[in-house]
Design a protein around this ligand. Structure first.
Ligand SMILES: [Zn+2]
Ligand SMILES: [Zn+2]
Ligand SMILES: [Zn+2]
Ligand SMILES: [Zn+2]
Length: 460
C-alpha cells in the first residue's frame, strides 16, 4: 500500500450525548430557501481539485492533455498527461485531478504538509445520489460500504451536515467503471460509478477518496513490474504514469489498487509483466484481483487511519430516508413516499414542494442532534415524540408515532445541500418550515408557533 507518512492532526471529538433534551428556544440562523420545483434544482458541484493555470495545457492527438499539477501528497508540481472527460481531468484512467468548476473551498496546497487530504475522525461522509437509485445500484453500493466498514479502520458514514463529503453518483460517460479524486478535496467531491461497477469498484474508488494511490504507479515499481508497451492500446502508456506520495510497506501485487496483467491490452497479451531481482518472473495470480482488500491493503489503511480502534464497533451505514417534503399549504414536513400524502390542516392533501429531504434514522443522537422525531401514521407529518403529550393531530386526537426514530441535526450553520429554519411547533408538535412569514395553520388553532432548536436538514 502506497502512501505518505503524515503528522497526526488534531482529532475532532464526537461528543455523544444520550440524554434527550426538550426542544429549547433558539434564534433562527436566518431564512433558508425553498425551491418551488424540485426537478430544476441545480446540484451544486464544489469539487475543488487544483486546476493548472491557463497556458499549461497542450492537447495531443490521442486525446491526452499535458498538464502541470501538484497532486495531493506530492512535494512538488509535475507534468502529467491527463484526459478530459466531461467537466473532469482524469489521470491514469480513473483519478480525478481537476475540474471546470469554480473554486469555493479547497484543501489544496496551503500548508505544505497536506494533512487536510486525510478525513477527520477516520470518517468519510457519503451521500448516495438519486442517480444511483434510478439505476437500481443502491443495494450494491450500500452492501459495499458495509462490508468495507467491517474490514477497515475507516468508517463510511451517511452524511448529515458535514461540510466535506463524497457524493456517489452514476455516470454513463466515464472511461472505466469508476472515478474519484485522491483524498479529501474540500466541499462536495464526486465518486462516479458506471453501470459495470461492482462492489470492488466502490472499494477501489473509495480508497482513492481516502487518499490512496495506485500500486503499479509507485515510484519504485520498476523493480517489480515491467510495462509492456507493445501490447498497450494507443495512448494507454499514459495510464501508467508515476503518481505522487511516498511508498509505505512492500510492493503489493495483490492490492485492490493494482491494475491487472492485461490492463489496457490491445491484443489480449500482458501489459504488466513481473520481475524479481531484475529478472522476469511470473506474476502472482492475485495481481489485479477485485475480490477484496489484500492483507496489506488493510494493514496500510489501518496505519493511515489509526484514530479508531479496529473492530471496536462496526459502523452500519444506514441509508437516510428520502421523500420528506415541505407542504406549501401548511408549511409542515410530511412523508411523500406514499401515494396518499395525508390530510393537510389547510384542507385537502399535502402538496409537496421544494427539496427532497433525507432524514437520518436509527443512529445515536449527539450533542447537536435530537432523536425522537417520528412520522404520524394519521397525518403523515413529522412530529416530536419525546413527550407524553404528542400534540394535536389534524386528523383528530393526538399524533400516533410510526416508523423510524429520526435523528435531526441542529445548532449548526446551513451548509451546501442543507436547509435551516426547520422548527418545532409547541402547540401541535409538528416540524414546519419557519423561513416564511406564513407559518401554516396549526392543528391546535391559529398559526404554528416556532419553538426549540433551529434544525438543519440535508436534501438531495
Ligand atoms: Zn484507480
Ligand atoms: Zn400540508
Ligand atoms: Zn398526526
Ligand atoms: Zn402547530
Amino acid at each position: 500500500m502506497k502512501k505518505i507518512t503524515l503528522i497526526s492532526i488534531a482529532m475532532l471529538l464526537s461528543l455523544y450525548c444520550s440524554a434527550q433534551s426538550r426542544p429549547t428556544f433558539q434564534k433562527s440562523n436566518g431564512p433558508g430557501q425553498i425551491n418551488k420545483n424540485v426537478s430544476t434544482q441545480p446540484i451544486q458541484k464544489t469539487t475543488n481539485t487544483s486546476l493548472p493555470a491557463k497556458g499549461k495545457l497542450t492537447l495531443r492527438s490521442n486525446g491526452f492533455i499535458k498538464m502541470k499539477l501538484r497532486l495531493p501528497f506530492a512535494a512538488k508540481e509535475m507534468e502529467y498527461m491527463v484526459r478530459k472527460v466531461g467537466h473532469y481531468y482524469i489521470l491514469n484512467d480513473d483519478i480525478i485531478v481537476g475540474n471546470d468548476f469554480p473554486k469555493t473551498r479547497s484543501y489544496s496546497i496551503d500548508n505544505g504538509i497536506f494533512t487536510n487530504y486525510k478525513w477527520d475522525n477516520a470518517e468519510i461522509p457519503v451521500v448516495i445520489d438519486k442517480s444511483i437509485f434510478e439505476n437500481n445500484m443502491q443495494n450494491m453500493v450500500v452492501g459495499a460500504l458495509n462490508e468495507m466498514n467491517t474490514q477497515l479502520e475507516l468508517r463510511i458514514v451517511a452524511r448529515t451536515t458535514q461540510e466535506d463529503y463524497v457524493r456517489i453518483e452514476f455516470s454513463s460517460t466515464i472511461l472505466g467503471s469508476g472515478e474519484s479524486p485522491v483524498g479529501r478535496q474540500g466541499g462536495e467531491q464526486p465518486l462516479f460509478l458506471a453501470k459495470s461497477a461492482t462492489k470492488a469498484t466502490v472499494w477501489h474508488e473509495l480508497l482513492h477518496a481516502a487518499g490512496i494511490w495506485h500500486e503499479q504507479s509507485r515510484d519504485d515499481r520498476d523493480k517489480f513490474i515491467q510495462i509492456n508497451e507493445a501490447n498497450l492500446t494507443d495512448g494507454a502508456e499514459h495510464n501508467f504514469q508515476y503518481e505522487s506520495g511516498n511508498n509505505q510497506g512492500d510492493y503489493d501485487f495483490c492490492s485492490i489498487m493494482h491494475y491487472s496483467a492485461n490492463a489496457f491490452s490491445k491484443n489480449g497479451q500482458p501489459t504488466i509483466e513481473c520481475k524479481s531481482n531484475n529478472t522476469t518472473a511470473p506474476c502472482p495470480t492475485c495481481m489485479g484481483q477485485r475480490t477484496g482488500f489484500s492483507a496489506q491493503d488493510i494493514k496500510g489503511l489501518d496505519q493511515f487511519y489509526n484514530e479508531v480502534s479496529r473492530f471496536a464497533s462496526h459502523y452500519k451505514f444506514i441509508l437516510p430516508q428520502a421523500s420528506w417534503r415541505f407542504c406549501n399549504k401548511c408549511s409542515g414536513m410530511f412523508f411523500d413516499g406514499y401515494m396518499d400524502k395525508g390530510s393537510c390542516p389547510e384542507k385537502g392533501q399535502h402538496q409537496a414542494a421544494g427539496y427532497n429531504f433525507q432524514l437520518p434514522h436509527d443512529i445515536a443522537g449527539t450533542a447537536t442532534s435530537q432523536t425522537s422525531w417520528r412520522y404520524c401514521s394519521k397525518c403523515y407529518l413529522l412530529f416530536y415524540s419525546g413527550y407524553t403529550n404528542k400534540g394535536t393531530c389534524n386528523q383528530g386526537g393526538a399524533h400516533i408515532a410510526a416508523g423510524y426514530n429520526f435523528v435531526l441535526p441542529h445548532d449548526v450553520a446551513g451548509k451546501p445541500s442543507t436547509q435551516s429554519s426547520w422548527r418545532y411547533c409547541n402547540k401541535c408538535y409538528v416540524m414546519f418550515y419557519d423561513g416564511y412569514a406564513k407559518k401554516g395553520l396549526c392543528a391546535a388553532g391559529g398559526a404554528h408557533t416556532s419553538a426549540g432548536y433551529n434544525f438543519v436538514l440535508s436534501y438531495n
